[in-house]
Design a protein around this ligand. Sequence first.
Ligand SMILES: Nc1ncnc2c1ncn2[C@@H]1O[C@H](COP(=O)(O)OP(=O)(O)O)[C@@H](O)[C@H]1O
Ligand SMILES: [Mg+2]
Length: 357
Amino acid sequence: MSPLPAGSVIGILGGGQLGRMIGSAAARLGFDVHIYAPDDSPPAARVAALHWQGTYDDRDTLRQFAESCDVITYEFENIPVETVEFLVSLGATVRPSAKSLETSQDRLTEKRFLNEIGIETGAYEAVDTVSDLETALEALGARGILKTRREGYDGKGQVRLKTRDDLAAAFDAIGAVPAILEAFVPFEREISVVIARDADGNMAAFDPSMNDHSGGILRTSIAPSGLSDTIIAKAVSMGETLARETGHIGVLALELFVLEDGTLLANEFAPRVHNSGHWTPEGCLTGQFEQHVRAVAGWPLGPVTRVFDVEMQNLLGEEALAPPESFGADAVVTLYGKRDAKPGRKMGHVVRRTGRA
Ligand SMILES: Nc1ncnc2c1ncn2[C@@H]1O[C@H](COP(=O)(O)OP(=O)(O)O)[C@@H](O)[C@H]1O
Ligand SMILES: [Mg+2]
């Protein structure tokens, strides 16, 4: 596919805040954006040229969407793989491909794939029954995190476990579905590598940020991460391996645990722009959303030089209802336009530039 000229249509599967920010970046580069999402008036559709409302198995609407788009991308990793395969069978170009999607949708497949391509993770065991769980907990040192293989996010679908806990109740609590038990990783900090790969295989990684979670939800990302150049180079090289091995086109994010001795263990990856990269539009010459658009449109990647030290803070639930000026004169506020400020729901974020890089 040759580079798409301005005026072309970029389709996005999914209607959340990531689609809204990708869409805004695409509009700024002169593209029209079509959102495909099942919901009525989702955040992304309210800044787009058109909203195709349909479920992910609604073939008629998917067909019309495919016909209207020059390239299609996704902002949500739980889009069914069959949806992407159907769009491709109609002749649509979908970037990134179903490979990135399929691998990251299932925590077990994901961790096995990471290990196969030489990216180390913490220890883990597949769990399909309570008896698997007993054996796995024993094998992993009497402590671990039980997670559903599919569809978890923001710490949902997870329970922390010790041997004496009621394992049957824990398995029920996650819905008694296929799961994975992960050894508890005693990390010193968490970082992420947000990296783009273009259609020719060129790659550009943002400076990894240090990420703080609370209750499984990202609260802040800070760049620089404070890590040594050696560790940063190692992290970036893991991100590059992942982007290359999945044949990814677009942005992806690799979440890493950093141990006291500098060892890096992969936690998970997202085949899309990422919350821990929300500081990049304010902190770097090119932000992650524009970078993603560039990659999927077949444009060359932009420079990722970080020009500011930054701190990104998520606004959860009612935190986003505060008047924007209350965050400080130097705070750049982004709100997602979600109607309902439920506790813990990601409603927006604030970026503060704390110095020159
Ligand atoms: N094996 C683990 N050891 C220690 N902490 C973990 C482990 N797995 C997850 N966590 C903590 O929980 C957070 C959310 O877990 P994660 O697997 O990334 O799920 P989600 O898909 O909800 O982001 C992580 O960022 C980390 O802080
Ligand atoms: Mg995560």
